[in-house]
Design a binder for this molecule. Sequence first.
Ligand code: SF4
Length: 284
Amino acid sequence: MIVIRARVLGFCMGVRRAVEMALEAGKDGLVYSMGPLIHNPQVLASLKEQGLEILDEGALPPDLEGLTVILRAHGVSPALEAELIRRHAVLADATCPLVKKNQLKARSLAEAGFFVFIAGEKHHGEVAGLHGYAPCGIVVAESAEAAQAARVLAQENPAARTALIGQTTIDAGEYGRIGEAIRLHFPALEVVDSICPATREWQDALRELCSRVDAVVVAGGRCSSNTRRLLDIALSLGKPARLVESAAEIDVSWAAGYRTIGLSAGASTPDSGIAEIESALAGL
Ligand code: SF4
């Protein structure tokens, strides 16, 4: 079996930074992360062995006095950050700089009086955090929902100043369609270029790869939206494709039916996990 890696794949800058911060903070004892640090069960299990515990937003301990709490790469809402401080936690902010930039932009738009449409997955931590910075805005997952929300707003306040900001990992095509749907009612819509360039690069590299291989394996967590997006892209290009979290999940009879397999990996997939899956495929 010939395995060809995508030109770029795996850990992005923000995730690598968050994991390194957790490992560094863990040297001084038990560390907590506000929600799962990254969307990869294998990395989380390994970090847990090294002393990282995950806090649940809905069940915060009443007193976090002196405990280090890492804010993950996706960021958190300002309200949650304030709550952690109120409970005396020592915060280590691993919010990706690109996410932070979007959060501050959302806040400045909201403060300037814009109605902010937030494009992304409704229950994703990054989107919830972003919404916290523009609480008067609305989250829309896709263009039909955006069209409906814009229609309602146009009836209630046709003179509203509107802006659109998105989850860093949203599909660029979907983001464009959401913008078009809102523009039908608000032609002056201000669109923030909020998509992470790493996400685009990973996706473009996979598209190039698809033209050279028979099938695709995407390595990464099922709960990672950018990993699932990579799988969707391969499938939409007509490639047989599977998402696997570890080498043990490779469907051997499926993979053995192809001569060349392209390997991509989500932004929260560690180098070791990619190497393990690559060598398992190559050995088929
Ligand atoms: S995907 Fe982009 S925005 Fe998200 S953590 Fe990685 S570098 Fe940051």
